[in-house]
Write a protein that binds this ligand. Sequence first.
Ligand SMILES: Nc1ncnc2c1ncn2[C@@H]1O[C@H](COP(=O)(O)OP(=O)(O)O)[C@@H](O)[C@H]1O
Ligand SMILES: [Mg+2]
Length: 396
Amino acid sequence: MNTNRQKSSARAAPTGKLAGLTARLAEAEATLRAIRTGEVDTVMVAGKEGSQVFTLDGAEHAYRVLIESMNEGALMLTADKTILFANQCFARMVKCPLEQVTGSSFRRFLSDADRATLKRLLKRSHPSGAKIQMLLHASNEIQVPAHLSIRPLARNGFKSATFGIVVTDMTEARLNEERLRALTHRVVQAQEAERGRVALDLHDHITQLLCAVLVRSQTLADQLPAREGPLKREALQLRKLLGQTADEVERISRNLRPGVLEQLGLGMVLRETSTEFARRTGVSLKLSCVSLTMRLPGDIELTLYRILQEALQNVALHARARHVKVSLTKLDGRVQLVIHDDGISFDLEHPPARPSKQGQLGLLSMRERAAYVGGTLSIRSAPGQGTTLTVQIPLG
Ligand SMILES: Nc1ncnc2c1ncn2[C@@H]1O[C@H](COP(=O)(O)OP(=O)(O)O)[C@@H](O)[C@H]1O
Ligand SMILES: [Mg+2]
């Protein structure tokens, strides 16, 4: 009997063990299923301070539904960047199954530089949060431009801090930006070509005609006898006016033609443009210009010239300024053009719309021109401080 009992208990032991294992397997399967469907509500993180369990309260399941229906990635991280919770949208963004995302480190999706940035951000995290652009390294080796909005979360009794991150995929936005940039560039190019054509027409036809009329009017004035005093004076006046008109047409034509830069060089053209602006508008203009004995590449000279023209046109049209300062400097490996006016300034985010709703391409084309030669245009405008445009273009 004893032996039998021993035998049966020996058989019973593995059965009990098996049942235990089966139960654990079922439990593991249920957990995996929950993770796969995003229903997991408990994550255990092994850290320096030992294992820690992070749990979503029952009430937070309602938020889960909301988060799952978002078109943006949502994450909850520990301070050491372990992903406690992620939604399906984030998993799709990084092309990684949700069960492999949850519990892993967020660092795996970042470059070394972005890891360091994130570390700094989490360390000095502000309650109102931080916003940053990063490139997420998806599992398929593709880099996804993303906008991260990071906020520290309430501790909810957890030993260490946790952070909520909303991740917006910027791929489409970047594509649209590129499309817009290409379009703006084409507009600028078309504008440049059109200016060239108009300049040529003005120079070849209008100026030629005006010169012919000018010569005729001089002949007329010369042929009028002295006794026709008033008539002769009128003819001379007409000749003078025609001379001024021809000069003005030639000036417009020169402003439109980039060829003038090739002949005179940027320094000289800036000087001429500034003098002409002050004369025409009555606004005082102080120009400080590096002695540009060494010529800059043609496309950079044209960019700076066109930006100055556009900026001065804005000052004349909108700023109601009394003084303008223009400076062209060469810094290490860069050329910098600054145009400052002491006018009424404007709201950069919402520049006042023109009643005609036409134009308003000036600022856009200035930015585009600067960007096209690898440079930047920054604008500061504030009441009482006027407007300052700074263009920086790298050389060589
Ligand atoms: N220097 C300036 N001072 C005041 N307002 C300015 C200045 N430059 C630009 N603005 C404002 O910004 C708007 C946009 O300028 P811009 O893009 O050149 O278009 P446009 O000159 O055709 O209106 C202008 O209509 C004007 O309201
Ligand atoms: Mg303008």
